[in-house]
Design a protein around this ligand. Structure first.
Ligand code: GDP
Ligand code: IMO
Ligand code: MG
Length: 421
């Protein structure tokens, strides 16, 4: 068997959580491969709404196994809060969730370092989620990290050494803090975490595949936030791209099957950094209001703009997308005209590829398409799609060279339409 991968093609918040939940009944296992509690994956069904940060989005569909892979960074205190809230609402996790021993731990001092580095950057700050993601991955790569498996051997010494190292950096940055309460909650999180199945997830996953089990890998963030290929340095600190599933789970490249690339019918971004199609006018406000574009983790207002096909084509290429999923098309239901960016003009030159340098000199060039002006939120099948909507889908498919297999017309699990092309 091969694994299928589902990942965001834009700057995150495309609706990954919703679609993983929808697709889970087709799989035996769902596995997160990177990121951490910087993610906020929203699921809505039967009048309930859940926001998952570290726990895979396959947790609500029957008895599926969910795995937190080695590529993920885990904050025990936030994990405990998330898991306890789920348990309280009747969703039993302990039997169904496995955590890689090789996943790295986010320490309370990593969060302080995140805040201190951001403060030191001033206007050039990344606008991180403040969850300690960057400093934790930095420690991983510089071979100073603490892993989940370390909880079982020599933990206190490792923790004390890491804390001392972090505190000396915080001191050099003149950063004031009070660690006591956060540290207490974190230690409680460590004890809580020990109740879960801590596994060698690379062995487990390959064993499952060898035994004919199907696995869906769930990405966090989006391709344009990838540390190598995103809008660096305004990115997250992990490989959010398809290859991240290989390194974040221990899956060989030749075991990747379908790659689901998910995008919004328009585009959003939260935090700082370039965003060529960003709208600063009433249309941008309208998209923000209709799409409820506020961060699920930070509550920050998301920047909104038209779809950027230059960036999307780049993401499709890097990820090897085989199936596209378009989300939040209902947000555009009342627009007379819809724009799609098909090229950039930079210093008088027109280009249709994603360049090294994305700055204020990048002018988006648009194609205008007629809107469908129809409420699509109750539609059940592609047969009901208005002509203009089909034209929009065909245009995107032609531009991106990959079929759009699923269309989402609302936040609920039920508001999902599969296309049988
Ligand atoms: P993720 O991080 O990729 O899982 O996405 P988020 O959960 O951060 O953001 C997506 C938001 O859009 C959530 O509030 C979802 O409930 C909502 N959503 C998902 N699909 C749709 C859709 O098709 N239409 C509308 N209106 N909202 C959607
Ligand atoms: P999901 O999985 C949207 C953004 C932050 C910031 C940058 C770096 O819900 O799509 P970090 O805390 O990772 O160091 O922040 O990345 N960011 C996200 N934006 N969705 C996310 O996750 C994000 N995770 C991080 O806003 O610009
Ligand atoms: Mg999100």
């Amino acid at each position: 068997m091969k694994v299928d991968v589902l990942l965001g093609l834009q700057w995150g918040d495309e609706g990954k959580g919703k679609v993983v939940d929808v697709l889970t009944p087709r799989y035996d296992v769902v596995a997160r491969f990177q990121g951490g509690p910087n993610a906020g994956h929203t699921l809505e069904f039967e009048g309930e709404k859940y926001i998952l940060r570290s726990i895979p989005s396959g947790i609500f569909q029957g008895d599926k196994v969910n795995i937190i892979g080695n590529g993920v960074v885990l904050d025990p205190a936030l994990f405990k809060a998330e898991a306890e809230a789920l348990e309280q609402s009747g969703h039993c996790l302990k039997e169904r969730l496995r955590i890689s021993k090789k996943a790295h731990l986010i320490l309370p001092t990593h969060r302080l370092l995140d805040a201190a580095y951001e403060a030191a950057k001033g206007d050039a700050k990344v606008g991180t989620t403040g969850k300690g993601i960057g400093p934790t991955y930095t420690d991983k790569v510089s071979r100073n990290g603490i892993r989940v498996g370390d909880m079982l051997h020599g933990f206190n010494e490792k923790y004390a050494a890491a804390k001392a190292r972090h505190e000396s950096i915080l001191k050099s940055l003149n950063y004031q803090y009070d660690l006591a309460e956060a540290e207490q909650r974190w230690m409680e999180g460590i004890e809580y975490l020990k109740q879960f199945a801590l596994v060698d997830s690379e062995h487990e996953i390959n064993h499952l595949l060898d035994n004919g089990k199907s696995i869906l890998c769930e990405g966090a963030q989006g391709t344009m936030l990838d540390v190598d290929f995103g809008s660096y340095p305004f990115v997250t600190s992990s490989n959010t791209i398809c290859a991240g599933a290989c390194t974040g789970l221990g899956v060989a490249p030749n075991r990747i099957g379908e790659v689901y690339g998910i995008f919004k019918a328009y585009c959003t971004r939260v935090g700082s950094g370039p965003f060529p199609t960003e709208l600063f006018d009433e249309t941008g406000e309208q998209i923000c209001t209709l799409g409820h574009e506020f961060g699920s983790v930070t509550g920050r207002k998301r920047r909104c703009g038209w779809i950027d096909l230059v960036a999307l084509k780049y993401a499709v290429m890097i990820d090897g997308v085989t199936r596209l999923i378009m989300m939040k098309s209902d947000v555009l239901d009342s627009f007379e005209t819809i724009k799609a960016c098909v090229a950039y003009r930079i210093n008088g030159e027109e280009i249709d590829y994603f360049p090294y340098d994305i700055n204020e000199n990048v002018e988006p060039l648009y194609v205008e398409l007629p809107g469908w002006m129809t409420d699509m939120t109750h539609m059940q099948s592609e047969d009901e799609f208005p002509e203009e909507f089909n034209a929009y889908l065909s245009f995107l498919e032609e531009q991106l060279g990959v079929p759009i297999k699923i269309v989402s017309v609302g936040p609920d699990r039920a508001q999902t339409i599969e296309r049988y092309l």
